[in-house]
Design a binder for this molecule. Structure first.
Ligand code: KE4
Length: 427
């Protein structure tokens, strides 16, 4: 595949941007080679600056659930832009977005918009601490909640990919109240509550951890977390920045029948524009300024363009019966991947949940990040580049998930599996 222009651009980007990128996971550090540059995305495809068209299973890390440049989103952004790009004054679209979130996620009674998932998660833990007047927050290793100082502790996503799950530049004092536990381990959580008699403000988790690849909560685990937090008057915080509105119309909490106290959102609700949101019970959310004592703010929060794009995305998702299609495409891909790897004698764990998936090159089950770290990253690297050479763009790290959109077709999945058939045999 000709990558001449991308290589020229990357060489120049290295002079202007640390690592040549504005977000580390884009740099291909885990898979090697030169990242390609894209200037056109449409449907399930992206086109790089050398004219190569790729079937895209990253979907800008989740937002492109309807595919890229969906006409309804483009139209909504164009129309909103003609009325101004930002007001810094309340605008009606903020109410409409909040109502759409509340209609889909019954655990949410009030919403605060932010500009990223990181901000939503940062606000969530500050709110939990302010509401409960406790300091400790439990997170799980391998989970990633954005680059919040106190949550960049044994974190996933790019931090794990780059081997820096505990970032430099964060004083110990900033993380002394962060209790990091293994995921799927009930005894560890019980022990943490027992050893902190002063109380735990809350537990924050990805209900489906998808920043160390993708693994699932064991049966009963989420219910256990709900029970133990309720018992100790701690808050259960679901980070649904990736799973929200994707794993079901109401996200993972609908799919798993759970009711968290707070939920963090992002990605899909911005239709590809910068966005995040925090939602939850009114009695908790009303602790946020200007009503309550917990400060949180943002110049561009509720920005009319991001709201217009996100509203279009949520309304189109509902109108198009998207989730049934996403479910069937996800099953077709994961079952096909298992079969092709089996045919080639390659030991893999193919995990999927709805339209999210991950292929671990590992012979044994993966239930947490310790298991995930045992996967064969060299084999993943060869698989990634083999698929790329066959026109299939997968997430450039073993420790990321893949995303299917409603713009993918059964035919796309078939051609992906045909490519996988060839590439698995070459491993
Ligand atoms: P942002 O600040 O990147 O909008 O959201 C942070 C975040 C919070 N919570 C979860 C569960 C997330 O997955 C994320 C961000 N996801 C990564 C992909 N694994 C973003 C990709 C990137 O960092 O470039």
């Amino acid at each position: 595949m000709n990558r001449t222009q991308s290589e020229v651009l990357f060489a120049e980007a290295l002079n202007h941007l640390p690592g040549g990128v504005n977000s580390p996971v884009r740099a291909f550090r885990a898979v090697g080679g030169t990242p390609f540059f894209v200037n056109h995305a449409f449907g399930a495809h992206v086109r790089d600056v050398d004219g190569n068209e790729l079937l895209d299973y990253v979907g800008t890390w989740g937002p492109a659930i309807l595919g890229h440049a969906h006409p309804r989103i483009i139209e909504a952004v164009k129309d909103a832009a003609t009325h101004g790009t930002s007001f810094g004054i309340p605008n009606p679209l903020e109410i409409k977005m909040a109502r759409l979130i509340k209609e889909r996620v019954p655990s949410v009674q009030k919403v605060r918009m932010t500009n990223s998932g990181t901000e939503a998660c940062m606000a969530a833990i500050r709110l939990a601490r302010g509401y409960t007047k406790r300091d400790k927050i439990i997170k799980f290793d391998g989970c990633y909640h954005g680059h919040v100082d106190s949550l960049l502790v044994r974190a996933g996503s790019g931090a794990l990919t780059l081997g820096q799950p505990d970032s430099a530049g964060i004083p110990g004092a900033f993380t002394q109240h962060t209790v990091v536990l293994p995921f799927n381990d009930q005894a560890a959580v019980e022990e943490a509550f027992a050893s902190h008699p002063e109380g735990i403000a809350g537990i924050i988790l990805e209900p489906i951890p998808a920043n160390a690849g993708l693994y699932l909560p064991k049966p009963g685990y989420l219910e256990f977390l709900r029970d133990i937090t309720r018992k100790h008057q701690s808050l259960l915080i679901f980070d649904e920045v990736m799973t929200g509105f994707r794993l079901a119309p109401g996200g993972a909490q609908e799919r798993f029948g759970m009711t968290p106290d707070l939920t963090c959102f992002g990605k899909i609700i911005g239709g590809g524009l910068p966005v995040g949101a925090l939602g939850g019970r009114a009695e908790i959310m009303d602790f946020l300024a200007p009503l309550g004592p917990v400060y949180q703010a943002g110049t561009l929060s509720g920005n009319p363009l991001a709201m217009a794009a996100g509203i279009a995305a949520l309304e189109e998702l509902s109108a198009s019966g998207a989730h049934a299609l996403l479910e069937s495409l996800g099953t077709q891909l994961s079952e096909g991947m298992r079969k092709e790897a089996g045919r080639a004698g390659i030991p893999v764990q193919v995990h999927s949940c709805g339209s999210m998936f991950c292929t671990y090159f590992h012979p044994d089950p993966v239930h947490n990040v310790a298991d995930a770290l045992k996967s064969d990253r060299d084999r993943f690297k060869r698989f990634f580049h083999g698929m790329l050479e066959n026109g299939i763009y997968l997430a450039p790290s073993q420790f990321e998930a893949g995303f299917i959109s409603t713009a993918h077709t059964a035919g796309d999945i078939e051609s992906t599996l045909a490519a996988a058939h060839k590439v698995f045999k070459s491993l």
